[in-house]
Design a protein around this ligand. Sequence first.
Ligand code: AMP
Ligand code: GLY
Length: 423
Amino acid sequence: MKILIVGSGGREHAIAWKIAQSPKADKIYCAPGNAGIEEYAECVPIGAMEFEKLAAFAKEKEIDLTVVGMDDPLVGGIVDVFEKEGLRVFGPRKNAAILEGSKAFSKDLMKKYGIPTAAYENFDDPEKALAYLETAEFPIVLKADGLALGKGVLICNTLEEAKDGVRTIMLDKQFGTAGNRMVIEEFMTGREVSVLSFVDGSTIKCMTSAQDHKRALDGDQGLNTGGMGTFSPSPFYTQEVDEFCRKHIYQATVDAMAAEGRPFKGVIFFGLMLTPKGPKVLEYNARFGDPEAQVVLPRMKNDIVDVFEACIDGTLDQIDLQFEDNAAVCVVLASGGYPVSYGKGYPIEGLESLKGKEGVYVFHAGTKKENGQFVTNGGRVLGVTATGPDLKKARANAYEAVKQVTFEKAYCRSDIGKAIDEA
Ligand code: AMP
Ligand code: GLY
């Protein structure tokens, strides 16, 4: 088969690596890709939002399957464009990707179908939002409705902060049109877990659990980022939690989308908070997590192409999804200054020493090649994943591996997976 991947981050590198393991994959393309993905795929310089160009490319090359990794093209309707051209594509249509594209939609869906989530109100009028805050309890959480690069969530401790937050989102439009509407919701406490799942419209099969580290600095300090590291599985995701979520969250979400005339095919990523009152949904994403994919996919036993096809064909019930009984930790190596401002073009040294090392995977995010040399080309530069028989060994292996790679102003958190010591 000829397979096209849409995206350019560490997640897409992990997807490309996993697809390359499949005996079905004869030729892989990635648009636009990055320097690491080139090892498995021919990268083509078409942007992820250039739907017509991508579809024309897929037709010209007779692509058998397209896999969309990123949220923006999914929410923008890339799947509808491909399907209209008769192309096979893995991912939700626009009317289902709204599960991630609009937080107000997803909150209303959960309320209507009794899926546990934080209490909330939606607003499209800043005056009404400001008035609501006068009687609210703090801390409180403000969320821009639309996609905001993972940055549209503000946790406010006081009325003043919250009022400023409403102005930032709805009046100053710091997150652009994503802030035309907003959700104001109850602040929840607990551990966060990411559960990714495959969905074929009616059947859902969950992957193994993972946990992300969203803040830039050790001890969960500093600004929110796209994700500084992950581990899998989460020791806090117990059998009891799993049973609760299966009963009240996973299938309920898939059934709700189908009942709304928006059948979901693709990956649903459940962002869960394990609160003292039980698991609740923090958010939905309509795609693999980044860097969750970098720890989940190396543990997956199945041929991922079979799973993608089963989701498209509605035969996921026939897939026995299996994961290794091991653990994985991914440490993101970022460029100094990320997530605010950072330099680019720094030569990356030490990658050769990790090549072919058993249980170590270097997934590129912001890299490019200049005169045969890998150089940095983004804020999150690399995700270094290592597996091990348990989380502690996987963590030691990941930090041992990440030490081998250097570039100017490189930094990583030193406490990825520290939470496992408390489990
Ligand atoms: P989201 O993009 O909705 O996942 O929000 C980003 C981050 O904000 C989450 O990973 C949580 O750490 C935090 N967050 C979001 N909603 C809440 C909430 N209701 N209570 C506490 N923290 C939250
Ligand atoms: N790691 C969180 C996300 O992909 O949204």
